[in-house]
Design a protein around this ligand. Structure first.
Ligand code: SF4
Length: 494
């Protein structure tokens, strides 16, 4: 193993030998400072694909502290076969920082050792942007103004461009006739609007839910859901391609992690839904006659965003918060902070950071079980951030922000829907400002659990309310027939 460490300091060593996987794991345990980067492969030529991705995204210069490497050697598993997906949670259980885990299959057929600082550093890391062009949806208004200054253009011209982006919701740079000509030229040369083309749109038989498969510039895909409720519309947006958290009942977790979304890709989903609503809105006789207030009343203006789509938002904290800042801009998307909800599986550092930064958005924590053992069986990330740490973080969050947390509980028949478990939740949340959202399990092909029966679900809720005075809601199940419900979003490798 020492030989490999030495070799790895100087050059890349690639060996086709499953045994080395065991060796590398041993090394990781012994040295305690080896990190695993799991990289998806499609063609079998992982290095080429990854280098291409890294090159295209310009991520080679990601600073070490962002990457989270302490020191030592990066061990990369090249994965192209079918080791059980459970391997990914095992890595979490071993205590590696979840930010180190990039996985879609985890086979371990090829083990590659890299010296830190070499090209492996960029593999699977969040791209600053997938193209080298400036993504306009990825800029806050002040960043856009600064960009104009950088181009030698007065920042005042950002206002018109901003209006095109978020008030008129144009879908092409060609639809901005009133821009300063110099700015229009710059945009055509150096920027992209960041619109995500729709690869597939599916509508639920419930008549209220639509799902959009959106294409990203690097050919990855994500899903975004539009949900209509009486008098309001909600967009459920993704924060990652796939997810590294591996919740056993979740289709996104079952597909594994590919990459973080950029701020622009997150905002683009919000704009996509807003544009759909705009196109479907009744038209006034005069341009602009349908006002914001009217659209509110008609339920044709996007008012609510939930970061509950594909991915763990707190795993992609910076990009998500950057996107939230853009969504909140009162001259732009103009979403109210109290109408944005971020759902986490329990990434403790992220919860504490949200609290410290006093982010005004709502927080939902996926609990699903009230004991560490039961929770770890459903949510592998619980081994990294145990229940007691999570609850301590939630308490801190509520103390600092003064806000209650929504606790999500997927009700699975015979697993977590008993009266005893309802009482365990009541005890766990006693004294905390909390609201429990109960969600009967939605089916996925990778998990054979069943949704709770309505009698058990109702009894669960009754106990929370009557014995613990805990407010709760039984979530409406929406879009199940098009796999648009909670935990059902997933995209097969294209
Ligand atoms: S439930 Fe959320 S955190 Fe868990 S695997 Fe699915 S997307 Fe990831």
């Amino acid at each position: 193993m020492l030989v490999f460490l030495v070799l790895a300091s100087y050059k890349v060593v690639t060996v086709d030998a499953p045994l080395l996987r065991i060796g590398a794991l041993t090394m990781a345990v012994v040295f305690g400072r080896v990190r695993y980067t799991l990289q998806r492969t499609r063609s079998g030529d992982a290095e080429a694909a990854a280098a291409e991705r890294a090159g295209a995204s310009g991520t080679a210069a990601i600073p070490l502290d962002r990457v989270g490497i302490v020191s030592g050697v990066t061990v990369r598993f090249t994965l192209d076969e079918n080791l059980p997906h459970a391997a990914q949670p095992r890595l979490l259980a071993l205590g590696w920082d979840v930010h180190d885990v990039y996985d879609e299959g985890f086979c371990g057929v090829v083990v590659t050792l890299f010296a830190v600082g070499r090209r492996s550093l960029a593999l699977g890391m969040p791209p600053s942007d997938v193209t080298t062009r400036l993504n306009l949806y990825g800029l806050t208004r002040s960043e856009l103004q600064q960009q104009l200054v950088h181009w030698g253009i007065k920042p005042v011209h950002a206002a018109r461009l901003w209006k095109y982006l978020y008030i008129e919701l144009v879908s092409s740079l060609d639809d901005m006739p009133e821009l300063l000509p110099k700015l229009a030229v710059r945009l055509r040369e150096e920027a992209t609007l960041g619109v995500l083309p729709t690869a597939l749109e599916t509508a639920s038989s419930d008549g209220f839910t639509r799902k959009y498969l959106l294409s990203l510039p690097d050919a990855e895909r994500i899903e975004t859901v539009l949900m209509r409720f009486t008098g309001r519309v909600t967009a459920c947006v993704s924060s990652q391609v796939g997810c590294a958290m591996g919740c056993v009942f979740c289709a996104t977790g079952q597909m594994g992690y590919t990459r973080h979304l950029t701020p622009g890709e997150i905002v683009a989903q919000v704009v996509h839904v807003a544009r759909v609503l705009r196109h479907e809105a009744p038209r006034g006789s005069v341009k602009g006659a349908i006002t914001r207030a009217t659209r509110h009343a008609l339920g044709t203006r996007l008012r609510n965003v939930v970061l509950m789509g594909m991915g763990e938002p707190l795993h992609n904290y910076d990009a998500v918060m950057h996107a939230v800042d853009i969504m909140l801009d009162q001259n732009g998307p103009s979403l109210a902070a109290e109408r944005i909800t971020l759902s986490t599986v329990g990434v403790v550092p992220g919860i504490l950071r949200l609290a410290a930064e006093q982010r005004p958005i709502h927080l939902a924590v996926s609990l699903h079980a009230a004991t560490q053992a039961e929770r770890a069986a459903l949510v592998p990330a619980a081994r990294k951030w145990p229940l007691d740490e999570l609850m301590a973080a939630c308490r801190t969050y509520s103390e600092i922000t003064g806000r209650r947390i929504f606790y999500e509980w997927t009700l699975i028949e015979g697993k977590n829907d008993s009266e005893e478990q309802a009482r365990a939740v009541g005890e766990l949340l006693r004294g905390l400002p909390a609201h429990v959202n109960l969600i009967p399990l939605n089916p996925t092909t990778g998990y054979d659990g069943a949704p709770t029966h309505s009698a058990a679900g109702n009894r669960f809720r009754e106990i929370l309310q009557q014995e613990y005075a805990l407010p709760s809601t039984m979530r409406q199940r929406r879009g199940i027939d098009i796999a648009a419900g909670c935990g059902q979003l997933a995209v097969l490798a294209s």
